[in-house]
Design a protein around this ligand. Sequence first.
Ligand code: PRT
Ligand code: ZN
Length: 212
Amino acid sequence: MQKLRIAIQKSGRLHDDSIKLLKECGIDINNGVNKLKTEASNFPLEVFFLRDDDIPQYVEDGVADIGIVGENVVLEKNRPFQTVEKLGFGKCRLSIAVDKSAQYNGVKDLQGLRIATSYPVIVDKFLKDNKVEAEIHEISGSVEIAPGIGLAEAICDLVSSGSTLFMNGLKEVETVLKSEAILVANSQLNGEQQILLKKLQFRIQAVKKAKN
Ligand code: PRT
Ligand code: ZN
């Protein structure tokens, strides 16, 4: 029988909500710790647990048919597939921040600065769209400490409550992107897989409606 393979985050901010969404859709999965994959007992669904950064590639290559991942990751990886459904969790924004005492009157003030970020592709596009030239320094983590250690004058990172920026003496000055978890799908699903995806999507929409 045809199955649908879904990739979700193995651990991290989207893991619990992804599992919860499947459960709310009436899909029973047992996600033992350290498991790489599992199967639903009452829906033709196989679940792969992966690093969020790898999910777009797996879905594009068709190793997984669908995936749950932050819009920010999909955009940074520049993947062609469409959003099947916005999921309403993992909400955050990708923002530029500078030292709280710095003068800031608008995007032109970024001209000539060094901007530390884990999102070089999105930041580069933002700068080009705004006709600003700045130096992008790609770093993979703890971006918020970059100004404090003299690596950059500005950062671009994900923000939710804003407390990380605050604790590091930074202020948010531009919102580059608003993001949430989305369901993405491989563009070449066969007929049966498309029917299964529609079924799942229908249930997700019902779960979302019940919450509104
Ligand atoms: O291990 P893996 O590679 O799978 O996980 P990861 O560490 O790369 O990602 P993870 O689990 O941290 O985040 C997964 C996704 O959650 C992100 O891609 C976003 O789509 C979403 N998300 C939502 C967030 C946040 N909110 C968030 N606040 N991702 C990260 N943060 C970080 C941010 O980078 C900063 O360090 O939280 C800090 C800021 O939070 P506040 O509340 O202090 O503003
Ligand atoms: Zn990651």
